[in-house]
Design a binder for this molecule. Structure first.
Ligand SMILES: Cc1ncc(COP(=O)(O)O)c(C=O)c1O
Length: 358
């Protein structure tokens, strides 16, 4: 196919490499018990209200879903104190990141982001034909001053992942506010809060109340993490209604399916499930932190449902050694760091025992 080449940017892009699936490890290593702590999924499942809603909705699956998501938009707008016009829903927040870059990035535009952070920003900017500009983290935290210094006339977008995947760290309240204030108005500020509901730190900026003041501010959230609906694919963005209108022009017509809409709506009514997940996640995190300290392994203080730890050995080797013991983690970040999702009680114990045996 030498005469049919993809666009130039596409050749620079690596296909997304997801967390290794449980079934693959079972097949390849002949293991029966395998725990996956590689994709920051919710180990406690999802709300029973979501299940009931999906059972009811399945009977309507022959019909296309509603495009404006009126029920979900209404309920979420009320919960968050925003107008429906400020809400945009995507097939996961992944899709919203892609739509933002497709809609706003021109060929010569740049987008500033951290290194290391969620890899889709980088890839989607490249796919859009723009240039990603990366600014290294400082001790696992976004270097907001460095990122601000990287903003210039060509900059169209900046990404702040807060809490940051894969380090789990958050940026300080004052620092982030000061950053938002100083970003020029021609630059879109995308704050990805996929792990918002897990945050316990009091030094964390509530960004939604700032939307009216900063029309270039976009906040991304998802039902994939604390709500446990990763397999359904539904996320949302909060932003100026004009930005929403532009994304509506570009999106696929029926991007959020019926089951996802109904399950997300039902999940919003289950504060108990969210509180239970938050609490058990904290308990698991404390066990991880205690174990890492006992083993003398440095880790970043996490506000999310995963922790990044320095295993002081090549991460790929540690990943393989843990795999042989039936635990799937993610060798990401730096040469000797792995990211481990906080599992349920049994999974946490399995990982801790496996790590101690290495
Ligand atoms: C920081 C961050 N943003 C976005 C996403 C994508 O989430 P979704 O399932 O809503 O597409 C993830 C998923 O892991 C993530 O970690």
């Amino acid at each position: 196919m030498d005469n049919i080449k993809p666009r130039e940017q596409i050749e620079k892009i690596e296909a997304y490499s997801p967390g290794t699936p449980v079934e693959e490890v079972q097949r390849q290593l002949g293991l029966t018990k395998v725990v996956k702590l590689a994709s920051n999924e919710n180990p406690f499942g999802y709300s029973p209200l979501a299940e009931q809603a999906m059972i009811e909705e399945v009977q309507k699956i022959n019909m296309y879903p509603e495009v404006a998501l009126p029920l979900l938009a209404g309920s979420l707008a009320e919960k968050l104190g925003v107008s429906r016009e400020q809400l945009f829903f995507g097939n996961g927040s992944d899709e919203i990141i892609r739509l933002l870059t497709t809609t706003y990035i021109n060929q010569s535009d740049e987008a500033v982001m951290a290194d290391v952070t969620f890899p889709r920003y980088y890839t989607d900017v490249l796919i859009g034909g723009g240039t990603p500009i990366t600014v290294p983290l400082v001790e696992g935290v976004h270097d907001l001053e460095g990122m601000l210094a990287a903003v210039r006339a060509k900059t169209k977008m900046v990404f702040v992942c807060n809490p940051n995947n894969p380090t789990g760290t958050v940026v300080g309240k004052e620092q982030l506010l000061h950053f938002i204030e100083r970003i020029p108005s021609h630059v879109l500020i995308v704050i990805d809060e996929a792990y918002y509901e897990y945050v316990h730190s009091t030094d964390y900026l509530e960004t939604v109340p700032l939307l009216d003041k900063y029309p270039n501010l976009i906040v991304l959230r998802t039902f994939s993490k604390i709500y446990g609906l990763a397999g359904l694919r539904v996320g949302y963005g909060l932003m100026n209604p004009e930005l929403v209108q532009n994304l509506m022009r570009v999106k696929e017509p029926f991007n959020v399916n019926r089951m996802a809409q109904r399950a997300a709506l039902a999940s919003l009514n289950d504060d108990k499930f969210v509180a239970m997940t938050r609490e058990r996640n904290e308990q698991g995190k404390r066990i991880y932190e205690r174990t890492f300290s006992e083993l003398g392994l440095p880790y970043f203080s996490s506000q999310a449902n995963f922790v990044m730890v320095d295993v002081k050995r090549p991460a790929k080797i540690v990943y393989m050694d843990l795999l042989k013991r039936g635990v799937i983690v993610r060798p990401v970040g730096y040469p000797t760091t792995i990211r481990v999702t906080i599992g349920n009680e049994e999974e946490v114990e399995t990982f801790v025992q496996a790590l101690k045996m290495l």
